[in-house]
Design a binder for this molecule. Sequence first.
Ligand SMILES: Nc1ncnc2c1ncn2[C@@H]1O[C@H](COP(=O)(O)OP(=O)(O)OP(=O)(O)O)[C@@H](O)[C@H]1O
Ligand SMILES: Cc1ncsc1CCO
Ligand SMILES: [Mg+2]
Length: 267
Amino acid sequence: MRDQASPGTLLSQLRAQPPLVHCITNFVAMNIAANVLLAAGASPAMVHAEEEAGEFAAIAGALTINIGTLSSGWLRGMEAAAVAAGQSGKPWVLDPVAHYATGFRRAAVDRLLELGPTIIRGNASEIIALAGGVSRGQGVDSRDGVEQAEESARLLARVHGATVAVTGVVDFVTDGERAVRVEGGCEWMPRVTALGCSLTCLVGAFAAVRPEQPFDATVAALATFAVAGEFAANGADGPGSFSWRFLDALAALDALALDRNVRVFAA
Ligand SMILES: Nc1ncnc2c1ncn2[C@@H]1O[C@H](COP(=O)(O)OP(=O)(O)OP(=O)(O)O)[C@@H](O)[C@H]1O
Ligand SMILES: Cc1ncsc1CCO
Ligand SMILES: [Mg+2]
């Protein structure tokens, strides 16, 4: 990994100049995602009303859109925000939560994809289905392995000119040319709701720090989660204690510890 764009370097930059991150996320995720961004050192704002989402996206350093608890009004807010982000050259991240579940979600994601997300972050079931494959997903949790989603991720990245991140036991990131796997995290992570949604918001925070390098920004965010997740697993008895230890580990994580413990490998 090039030195100037190591995860630790990006984390230091994020903390030196905390980016304002416009998050349109779901009702389940709103609180934990805001706390995750604050713990990491970024400044979250949960703004979804259609009357203001476009205006706000132009002010923020990056935008994240998550369709977890979608409604028609929210979708109009998402579209306005994505258009404004595109017009003002701000990176934006799409989290297509359970987009395969209903026609409403499928149509919403199709429209959002047309608006050209900079980064797409999902679990394996979501990424496989987004590329037109047959996924085993039903609800918001993944029922497929990341390995099964790697080719789908490469395809999506090429078709949409986006960086695509698939998360799970070992994460996978590609921009269609480069690809890496990020190891780490812990078994409790999928047992705490909305940690993936929160990661999407953190990807936005890193993208605001490096808008021209969405691939490096995405890897840095995933690496931050992987290392903080491993540290937090130490002494955790289950999802409850892991959840608060994870916030503490994120806040305590420094650039040096991140770069020393990160496990990113070319794929
Ligand atoms: N079994 C596991 N072992 C280690 N880390 C994991 C495991 N499962 C998920 N993770 C990590 O948890 C984080 C969230 O990823 P996950 O794939 O669970 O997202 P998600 O399914 O979209 O979650 P949600 O929809 O609940 O927000 C990522 O950092 C990922 O690396
Ligand atoms: C549980 C749940 N339901 C809709 S969104 C969400 C958060 C995890 O994706
Ligand atoms: Mg998810």
